[in-house]
Design a protein around this ligand. Structure first.
Ligand SMILES: *Cc1c(COP(=O)(O)O)cnc(C)c1O
Length: 355
């Protein structure tokens, strides 16, 4: 090792799901939305004047921030936007998790949290989930430097109640509690913890346009919290990179969030396909916790999960598989269109018949 390498910040990076270059793939591995974004996004994109590219974007991305604030009924000063919720959560780690005490999150959860903690040198403890992949609020009543978990959790799809989450927040007035609601739109109306914002200054709710709004490729995420929290996040953001959101993204994002009707109709389609997929997978011997997201974390009982993963891949159907303790018996299957799901069921029948 060269001497200068001693001064390198060494990290084990997060591994995103595969984005195959090949065509004809049925892609059920990264929780993307199978439907295109709202037609209003296409209109905003087409109307974009590329002469504008020579100018820096608005550093506060106000057009997008205001559209989100209006849609969610909060003040613009309570909204922070970033390059996907990965950027938003990363900024939140940098901003809020400066304690010597460990940040707490579940041991089965979004596998980016420990990577951010490592890269920023934040101490952390991963708390084992209880039976059925449930979070026990009692596990979060101990000295900590912050708390984060997704609801519904990833990759399990399990939704926790607002009451349970309120218990965690109420027990932790000395920490910032971040609820990562990447999949909340698939859980039905009224499941978000956004209403708790009126009671708790230390709650940050993070959402994304990548899943329910079909815009993973545009990279838009946002956080809603108290004015104080958002101010602290912006101070850090403006100390790293002022212009995170580009002009095209700001326009397209604002158009997307204003089209509630389209959003609700595509989410409803995915939920319907998911409910049917639960029946179809159960009929093929899969077991899974009840999913309230746009994926199902399913364990095949007839063959090892790793084998099913490989066999599906041979048939050009990609799902996500982690060869890791506790979860190596499961596949995370994203909900696609009805046609894509039918192709999956057919492939599974073939795989199980040959076995
Ligand atoms: C997909 C996902 C994100 C990040 O999505 P972005 O594309 O960066 O907005 C964050 N948290 C969880 C739990 C996710 O599944």
């Amino acid at each position: 090792m060269a001497a200068w390498e001693n001064n390198v910040r060494k990290v084990v990076p997060y591994t995103p799901g595969e984005q195959p270059k090949e065509s004809g793939i049925i892609k059920l591995n990264t929780n993307e939305n199978p439907y295109p974004p709202s037609p209003a996004v296409k209109a905003a994109y087409d109307a974009f004047d590329n002469a504008e590219m020579r100018l820096y974007p608005a550093p506060d991305a106000s057009e997008l921030v205001d559209a989100i604030a209006e849609t969610y009924g909060v003040n613009s000063s309570q909204v922070f936007v970033g390059v996907g919720s990965d950027d938003v959560i990363s900024m939140a780690f940098m901003t809020f998790f400066g304690s010597e005490k460990p940040v707490l999150f579940p041991d089965i959860t979004y596998s980016f949290y420990d990577v951010w903690a490592e890269v920023y040198g934040i101490p952390y403890v991963q708390v084992p989930l209880k039976k059925g992949f449930r979070i026990d609020p009692g596990d979060y009543v101990r000295p900590n430097g912050g708390i984060i978990f997704p609801n519904p959790n990833a990759p399990t799809g399990v939704l926790e109640s607002t009451d349970m989450i309120e218990t965690v927040i109420a027990e932790n007035p000395d920490s910032v509690v971040i609820i990562d609601e990447a999949y909340i739109d698939f859980a039905g109306k009224g499941k978000s913890v956004l209403p708790l914002l009126s009671k708790y200054e230390n709650l940050l709710v993070v959402q994304t346009f990548s899943k329910s709004r079909s815009m993973a490729g545009m990279r838009i995420g946002f956080a809603i919290g108290s004015e104080k929290l958002i101010k602290y996040m912006n101070d850090v953001k403006f100390s790293v990179n002022s212009y995170t959101m580009n002009r095209v993204t700001i326009k397209c994002g604002a158009a997307a969030v204003r089209d509630t009707e389209y959003f609700e109709s595509t989410v409803a389609k995915i939920v319907k396909t998911r409910e049917n997929a639960k029946k179809e997978l159960a009929a093929r011997g899969f077991t899974f916790p009840d999913s309230q997201s746009n994926f199902i974390f399913a364990s095949p009982t007839k063959l090892p999960a790793g084998k099913v993963f490989e066999e599906l891949k041979k048939r050009k159907i990609y799902v996500r598989y982690w060869d890791k303790p506790v979860i190596r018996d499961h596949l995370r299957i994203t909900i696609g269109t009805d046609d894509e799901m039918n192709a999956l069921f057919k492939a599974l029948d073939e795989i199980f018949k040959e076995a």
